[in-house]
Write a protein that binds this ligand. Structure first.
Ligand SMILES: O=C(O)CCC(=O)C(=O)O
Length: 246
């Protein structure tokens, strides 16, 4: 698929880019099946090698709900295939060059009715170390419809050019965030997506999302990529270009 020069320009200027129909409806149906009833299944028996952050609710009787499932490629063979597919990597290659490593893949199944907000943040606030640069790129894939009601992702266009901002830190998932945690921002743009759409975004763009006020889960998966050898120790594997320089 690659990118047109207009799309490339949009990405450079705004820090994100929506690609409609990135993934086929057949693959989306496969993923939906592979992650069906994911909250209850993982509460009963978590898959080997994954890391789950659970939503925290006041009531102990509340059924368990996943906030974030890290290493989602281990629960979904289709996600595992797609994260290394040409349709995704060809776009990334235009954006970040030919040396591409998988940083991680995570499922964000914001639960219907009580999936909580994701506070405003820049991903590089989590990822910065002494010898890496903010060249990582995410691709968030819509597994079902994402809209304002169910808490679709929102970006502050152009904020990837503002440098790394001061974040607050709390001990919780998405516990690194900009002052104010999450509240509506007038300078933010909501990216509504249909199943199979993907949005690529820069490691420095400010993003966040509202709670899920609909009845159904908002199923999204973020693939995060790094340039191979960019001060990393945590990349899962090299997907394209030169081998990992450790
Ligand atoms: O899913 C969302 O709404 C935000 C996800 C996010 O912050 C991320 O993947 O870095």
């Amino acid at each position: 698929m690659g990118l047109t020069s207009k799309e490339q320009q949009f990405y450079v200027e705004n820090g994100y880019l929506l690609k409609k129909g990135l993934v086929s409806s057949t693959d989306i149906a496969r993923i939906q099946e592979e992650v069906q009833d994911i909250h209850n299944r993982m509460a009963e028996q978590p898959a080997d090698g994954i890391g789950i952050s659970w939503e925290v609710y006041d009531s102990e009787d509340h059924p368990p709900r996943i906030k974030q499932l890290m290493h989602s490629e281990l629960v979904s063979p289709t996600l595992n295939r797609l994260l290394r597919s040409d349709e995704v990597l060809d776009i990334l290659e235009v954006m970040m060059g030919e040396n591409i490593a998988l940083y991680h893949s995570k499922l964000l199944p914001k639960a219907g009715g009580d999936g909580t907000a994701i506070p405003w943040h820049q991903d590089y606030a989590y990822w910065k170390n002494d010898n890496n640069k903010p060249v990582m790129i995410n691709c968030q894939l819509a597994i079902n419809e994402a809209n304002l009601e169910n808490g679709c992702i929102q970006f502050v266009p152009g904020s990837h050019n503002w440098g790394l901002q001061e974040h607050e830190r709390k001990h919780q998932t998405f516990g690194v965030f900009l002052p104010g945690h999450y509240q509506e921002r007038e300078d933010a743009v909501a990216v509504e997506m249909e199943p199979g759409d993907g949005v690529f975004f820069n490691a420095l763009i400010i993003h966040g999302s509202a709670p899920n006020n609909s009845a159904n889960d908002r199923l999204m998966n973020t693939f995060a990529y790094n340039v191979t050898g960019n001060g990393e120790t945590q990349s899962r594997e090299v997907l394209r270009g030169k081998p990992l320089d450790v």
